[in-house]
Ligand binder design. Structure first.
Ligand SMILES: O=P(O)(O)OC[C@H]1O[C@@H](O)[C@H](O)[C@@H](O)[C@@H]1O
Length: 286
């Protein structure tokens, strides 16, 4: 496929293709492993996504940062702990099907289909399509098409790592008066009364279909995360002890990022009939 002039295909390491985007609207990098947006900075702004300086770029390994695609299950597999955390999509090479540019930015489309290896982990016929629009805004859509002759159930997340100046000064708005599953310690349902601030590990699945804003006084900006086709918003910061356990993340990195994930988990799991499809989308902008 010939690429438009704003997109360059290089190898981060041999055998690991990455698309680099230099467009008037933004700078970005997208790995074919996982159809994974690694970096995105709208013109004149510092990076909006967080990418760990210790991120491992290796075929078959997830990238710590950017927007991992968690699919067809979110978090641990519901019944088999030997299967990969967050599903199979972020660990596989996707096929680039389309790459276009316009004044508004760059549009990429990637596809992943079932094969013998995916069947071992998830025994269904499927086509997954990821469409990424990179411009002044960043939009990622994941479409799941059921190519088998029976229904299947998915959970999923567009696991967006946002760069923040200082996590202890962040306020997340848009989730007040919402129930959430708290997964730190003993899992239990709780109710969010006001806005969210951070002084400990936070790993929560909010029952919400709405947009969220992240107010960051240290960097002097507000990030908006909108979404569609998503009944769960995951808010995650690993804080001190969990950051130490994650090998591909510096111990002190938790100060500098926050994940706001458009997701479908728990009661929002999606059932897709034969020949039917479902789209989850997130839009990030300043
Ligand atoms: O280390 P991983 O597999 O990328 O997962 C990171 C985090 O992803 C979040 O979505 C989960 O809520 C956390 O529980 C998890 O720790």
């Amino acid at each position: 496929m010939s690429l438009p002039s704003s997109i360059t295909l290089t190898e981060a390491i041999p055998g690991y293709p990455v698309l680099t985007i230099h467009h008037t609207t933004c700078l970005a990098r997208v790995a074919l492993n996982g159809a994974h947006v690694m970096e995105w900075a709208p013109a004149g702004q510092s990076p909006v996504l967080y990418l760990s300086p210790q991120a491992v770029l290796e075929p078959g390994k997830p990238i710590r940062g950017g927007i991992p695609i968690c699919w067809p299950w979110f978090n641990a597999h519901p019944s088999d702990a030997t299967k990969p955390m967050h599903g199979i999509a972020r660990n596989r090479p996707w096929t680039l099907k389309k790459a276009n540019e316009s004044e508004a930015g760059v549009k990429l489309m990637f596809v992943l289909c079932n094969d013998a290896e995916t069947h071992e982990l998830w025994p269904h016929g499927f086509e997954a399509q990821v469409t990424i629009l990179l411009g002044q805004k960043l939009e990622v859509s994941l479409e799941t098409i059921n190519k088998s002759d029976s229904s299947f159930v998915i959970t999923e997340a567009l696991h967006t790592y946002l760069t923040v100046g200082d996590i202890s000064k962040i306020t997340v708005k848009g989730l007040a008066d919402t129930d959430y599953l708290d997964t730190v310690g003993e899992r239990m349902m709780r109710h969010q009364t006001g806005d969210i601030t951070f002084d400990r590990e936070v790993d929560r699945q909010y029952a919400s279909t709405g947009a969220v804003t992240v107010e960051d006084p240290a960097l002097g900006r507000i990030i908006t995360v909108e979404k569609e086709g998503s009944g769960t918003t995951v808010v995650w910061n690993p804080w001190i002890e969990k950051s130490k356990r994650l090998a591909d993340l510096p111990d002190e990195a938790y100060h500098q990022f926050l994940c706001i994930e458009a997701a479908n988990a728990g009661d929002s799991a999606v059932t897709i009939g034969p020949g039917a499809s479902h789209v989850i989308r997130t839009v990030v902008h300043l």
